[in-house]
Ligand binder design. Structure first.
Ligand code: NCD
Length: 306
């Protein structure tokens, strides 16, 4: 997300709208990426992101290969760069990469010839997640500009939070982060957010409540005294949600840990929760990104404004 202009973000979201419509038809397939090869290279587990990138590529007609660490030579000690060079020799047009280290995807992109899409690198960025969240919000509320969005929970380890903060600030929304001090990165204010440690005051007048998972796999040591206490103070339940605007929407990138950061009652509320819609938008946004990259590959004009 870093460096994308408002016009570029709007162009991606507008294109994604077309794909939302296409994905709701019986025939969902196009031949835009016919003859192109897309490799999904996931060094970390994933349900939504990997599946939606696979569907996105296939619906645009690309040949899509999925590689996961569990079955690759990385298990035999091959380095990231050697794996990238090996795959590069097979002439993929697009590599979709998820890696546990911040910056790894950028490094890899400098070693291969095709386009590289960041599907999440460490606690750094997850740009297509921020785009799908923006599309979900824009479709529901008609705009991003001027909205107040609260991002709650494990901000420190969250690439979703970082990319969302960048996008929302770029698009003129106000961003609040709500978390215990132990789960906030140092100098978080410098990201252009308002910081709250109390859910009730932080949620006051919010249009959007975005919940995050406690990302224990990235934690070294204990960051919260106990799960019970965490849910009591920071878990989103009806009571706390009542502090937000009456029509505030509840979002979560998934995977959800019910009863830890979110009460099942709120997560499953069809009037407030747009969590499943986020998943649907994920396929459309990823198709839009692949579409734009393919224009670059074939010298078709890229419709992004300057
Ligand atoms: C997120 C991720 O992997 O960063 N999930 C996702 O892509 N939908 C958030 C998470 O793992 O908690």
């Amino acid at each position: 997300m870093e460096g994308l202009s408002p016009a570029e973000i709007i162009a991606i979201l507008d294109l994604a709208e077309d794909y939302v419509a296409q994905n709701r038809q019986i025939d969902k397939k196009q031949s835009l990426l016919r003859g192109r090869t897309q490799i999904n290279l996931f060094f970390e587990s994933s349900t939504r992101t990997r599946t939606s990138f696979e569907l996105a590529g296939k619906r645009l007609g690309a040949d899509v290969i999925n590689m996961s660490v569990a079955t690759s030579a990385i298990k035999k000690g091959e380095t990231l760069i050697d794996t990238a060079m090996t795959l590069n020799a097979m002439h993929p047009d697009v590599l979709v990469v998820r890696h546990p280290d911040s910056g790894a995807v950028n490094l890899l992109s400098r070693k291969v010839d095709g386009s590289v899409i960041n599907a999440g690198d460490g606690s750094h960025e997850h740009p297509t997640q921020a785009l799908l969240d923006a599309l979900t919000i824009r479709r529901r509320l008609g705009r991003l500009n001027g909205l107040t969005v609260a991002i709650c929970g494990d901000i420190m380890h969250s690439r979703v939070a970082r990319s969302n903060i960048l996008l929302l600030n770029t698009m003129g929304a106000r961003v609040r982060v709500i978390a215990p001090p132990t789960l906030l990165p140092v100098e978080v204010e410098r990201l252009g957010v308002e910081v709250h440690h109390d859910m009730r005051s932080g949620l006051a007048d919010c249009d959007i409540v975005m919940m995050l998972r406690l990302q224990t796999e990235r934690m070294k040591g204990a960051f919260v005294p106990s799960i019970r206490e965490y849910f009591h103070f920071y878990g989103l339940d009806r009571d706390k949600l009542a502090c937000a605007r009456p029509d505030a929407l509840v979002m979560h990138p998934g995977p959800m840990n019910r009863g830890i950061e979110i009460d099942p009652d709120v997560a499953d509320d069809i009037h407030r929760s747009v969590i499943r819609e986020q998943v649907e938008m994920g396929v459309a946004v990823r198709m839009a990104v692949l579409d734009l990259l393919s224009r670059h590959l074939s010298n078709r004009p890229v419709a992004l404004a300057q």
